[in-house]
Each structure stands twice: as structure tokens, then as C-alpha cells.
Design a protein around this ligand. Structure first.
Ligand code: HEC
Length: 381
């Protein structure tokens, strides 16, 4: 690495120019899903030759493909249990895209009263569907018309456009609610928060050594008449997720109205169903949550000292965003998607951990993370 820069700074161009051209192409492809135009390629190559590959990366992200392909695909997988990016644009990802454009702290999207919608003033026609919390039409329209997201998106207070008094950014978005709060018992919301923001599924987080005071009544303590099944399996996940899920206690997804349902002070019915399975289990009476995984094998995530419990989704989102494992996960997810690699070799792990600390110290600036990541896997070290 060092020698490379020294040579570059000394104006060692010559035969290396083909390399820099290749690097420019790689950076551009990785950040935008498409090759640069001849003009951009020339500018990027020059910048790399001058020893400023960061500027070359910043030039690439001006291309629409950055937000509309790279960031969009990175995001869409988070919004469905199948982890597919072949799904329609939605409010969750429009919000991520707008926030990347505006260089907002990514972690704040898990707790703030924010959403990005289309600004009708920026659209020349009259047929733009208005934002509607009961459907996804506006975003599908934008996507099917190929409208420019960077021009069109505008930041709004989610509470104002959705009519929900207590919002928490992505975690109360319509797409999130439809995928993770519909039916079930809101445990899916916890599971996919772990998958999306800590890059671990519950299987990997399972810890049977933790106390189970908040495990609900619907979870049998002796499935099939065998208490050891509960103690050795069920408890491993439920002693973590059942403590967290109180965060969404006042939320549900109404499948008929096709929108999120918020009932302040009233716990959604699904929380206390099937009480017969274990009548002395925990009954949810409010939206308190607590982190039962700060001790035990999950202490490795580096949870924040100052948020170990709370009420409602916003404090839960704040906790996640302040967890060291969140920075590590976002860096890893970005590396995997930008560099098209699993990122499992020792040298890649080192790069990812450096990217994670850069991400943290950049105030969780996702745009910067994407650029830095593309440079790391496009320029040989
Ligand atoms: C690997 C983690 C994990 C383990 C182990 C586990 N669960 Fe769960 N459990 C979940 C998740 C996640 C959900 C939410 C599923 C959903 O809604 O998508 C859930 C949901 C439930 C529900 C709610 C019913 C429903 O379908 O929503 C019950 C009851 C339950 N589990 C009981 C058990 C019992 C009993 C065991 C042991 C035999 C067990 N679980 C083991 C993760 C786990």
C-alpha cells in the first residue's frame, strides 16, 4: 500500500496508466452497476493518477446508478424475509436513498421521525400518486417511470405523512410493518432487526444461559412434554427476542387496511394470545423492552452501556445504532454487496473492520462508506 502511494505521488505514471484506468472502471461499476462514460472515465483516471482515488469515487457516485441501483439493491433485501432485491421500491428504501443522498447518520434512521417521499413540485406531470400510508403506489410509480430519485425525494416527518404519532424511521415504515409486523407476534420484527443491523440470525445468537422472565405465555415450557427441549432450544432465542419485542407492543400491521396500526397505550392483542401454553409466562402490559443479551455470548456485539432497556421502538432503534456490532454489520453488508465477495478471508476481515471504524467516525455516513469500500476492493494494495 505504502509503496504504491509513494510511487504514485512521485508521478510514476507511465505503464501504470492502464491500471488506473482499470481501477476507475472497477470503482465505477461497483458503485453504480454500470461502466463510466468516456468523459467520466478520463476524469476518474486522472484523479487516481494524481493520488486522489477518493475524488474519483465521489465523481462516480454522482451517477444515478449509485442511488438507483447500488444503494437500492443493498437496501431492498432488508425489507423482505426472502432477502430478495428483486422487489418494488418502497418507503423504507426511498428513505435510505434520500438519507444517503443527504449524508445523514444512517443509525438515526432507526429512531427518528423521518421518511422520504416524492416532492410533487419536482414532478412535471399531474399523475404522481400522493403518498398514502395504505399503499405503495407512489414509490412504484416513481420506479416504473424511471424518475430521478436524487431530484425527486424530499425529507418529511413520518408522523405527518403516516398519521402515526410515534414513529421510528425505518422501523415503523410501511414496508417494514408489512414484512415484519403482519400476523405473527411481532417477534419477526426483532429477528429481522438482528439480521438487518447486526448481521446475525437468532440461530447464531441463541443463548440458553440467560434468564427467561419475559418469555411470553404462548411459548410452551415443555414442548412434547419435555422441559429440556425448552431449556436447551426454545429459551435460547426467546429469552432474547421476547425481551426486545415489547418495543413494538403498540404496533400491528392491519392486513385489510394495508397499513401500520398504532394504538398508544394499548398492547396489540397478538402479544398475549395462546396464554394456555404456559399461563404463568410473561404478560405484556406496556411497551417496555429490555436487552437480555448484554451478558453471555451476545455481549460480543458491544451494546451501548447507556441504553439497556426502554419503552417503544425509538429507544430500541437508538440502542441498535449505538452497538459496535451495528457498525461492523453495515460495513460487512456494504463490502459484500459492493465488492461481490463474502468478505471472509483474513485480509478482508481486516479491511471490513477498518471500514466499520471509519463508518463510525464519519458519523455513520453511508455514502462515504460505499465510496471507501469500492476503493478498497478496486485498487490493489
Ligand atoms: C432460532 C430461534 C428460535 C428458537 C430456537 C425457537 N423460536 Fe419460537 N420463534 C422464533 C421466531 C423468530 C418467531 C417469530 C416467527 C415469525 O413470526 O416469523 C417465533 C415464534 C414463536 C411462537 C409464536 C407463534 C408464531 O407462529 O408466531 C411460539 C409459540 C414459539 N415461537 C414457540 C417456540 C417453542 C416452543 C420453541 C422450542 C421448541 C421455539 N419457539 C424455539 C424464534 C425461535
Amino acid at each position: 500500500m505504502k509503496i504504491f502511494w509513494v510511487l504514485l505521488m512521485a508521478g510514476w505514471a507511465g505503464s501504470a496508466s492502464a491500471d488506473e484506468r482499470d481501477q476507475a472502471i472497477r470503482i465505477h461499476n461497483r458503485l453504480t452497476c454500470e461502466p463510466p462514460t468516456a468523459e467520466v472515465l478520463e476524469q476518474m483516471t486522472d484523479l487516481i493518477k494524481k493520488g486522489d482515488p477518493g475524488a474519483a469515487g465521489n465523481l462516480a457516485v454522482q451517477n444515478r446508478g449509485f442511488l438507483e441501483c447500488t444503494v437500492k439493491q443493498w437496501c431492498l433485501v432488508q425489507t423482505n424475509a426472502d432477502r430478495s432485491f428483486d422487489v418494488k421500491l418502497n418507503d423504507y428504501c426511498a428513505t435510505v436513498i434520500g438519507a444517503v443522498r443527504d449524508e445523514k447518520a444512517f443509525g438515526d434512521l432507526l429512531s427518528s421521525d423521518i421518511i422520504y417521499v416524492a416532492d410533487p413540485n419536482k414532478y412535471s406531470g399531474t399523475d404522481l400518486p400522493p403518498y398514502d400510508p395504505a399503499n405503495n403506489r407512489q414509490y412504484e410509480f416513481i420506479e416504473s417511470r424511471g424518475l430521478n430519485l436524487a431530484d425527486l425525494l424530499i425529507e418529511k416527518k413520518q408522523s405527518e405523512v403516516s398519521g402515526i404519532a410515534q414513529t421510528s424511521g425505518l422501523l415503523t415504515s410501511r414496508a417494514f410493518a408489512e414484512a415484519y409486523l403482519s400476523a405473527g407476534t411481532n417477534r419477526r420484527a426483532v429477528r429481522y432487526s438482528m439480521v438487518n443491523y447486526l448481521c446475525n440470525d437468532l440461530e447464531q445468537m441463541s443463548d440458553t444461559s440467560r434468564p427467561d422472565a419475559m418469555v411470553a405465555r404462548d411459548v410452551e415450557r415443555a414442548p412434547g412434554g419435555d422441559a429440556s427441549t425448552y431449556n436447551n432450544r426454545c429459551k435460547g432465542c426467546h429469552a432474547g427476542q421476547d425481551f426486545f419485542r415489547g418495543a413494538w407492543a403498540f404496533y400491528d400491521y392491519d392486513v385489510t387496511a394495508m397499513k401500520i396500526k398504532y394504538t398508544p397505550g394499548v398492547v396489540a392483542e397478538k402479544y398475549n394470545i395462546n396464554g394456555d401454553s404456559f399461563p404463568s409466562g410473561h404478560i405484556t402490559v406496556d411497551d417496555k423492552w429490555s436487552n437480555n443479551w448484554t451478558v453471555g455470548q451476545n455481549a460480543r456485539f458491544g451494546w451501548p452501556e447507556d441504553i439497556k432497556s426502554g419503552n417503544g421502538v425509538a429507544s430500541f432503534g437508538q440502542m441498535i445504532a449505538k452497538t459496535a456490532g451495528f457498525n461492523a454489520c453495515i460495513a460487512k453488508r456494504t463490502y459484500k454487496s459492493v465488492c461481490a465477495s463474502e468478505g471472509e478471508t483474513e485480509s478482508e476481515k481486516k479491511i471490513i473492520s477498518e471500514l466499520a471504524s471509519d463508518f463510525k467516525s464519519s458519523n455513520q455516513n453511508l455514502k462515504t462508506l460505499f465510496v471507501k469500500t469500492a476503493l478498497r476492493c478496486s485498487i490493489a494494495e
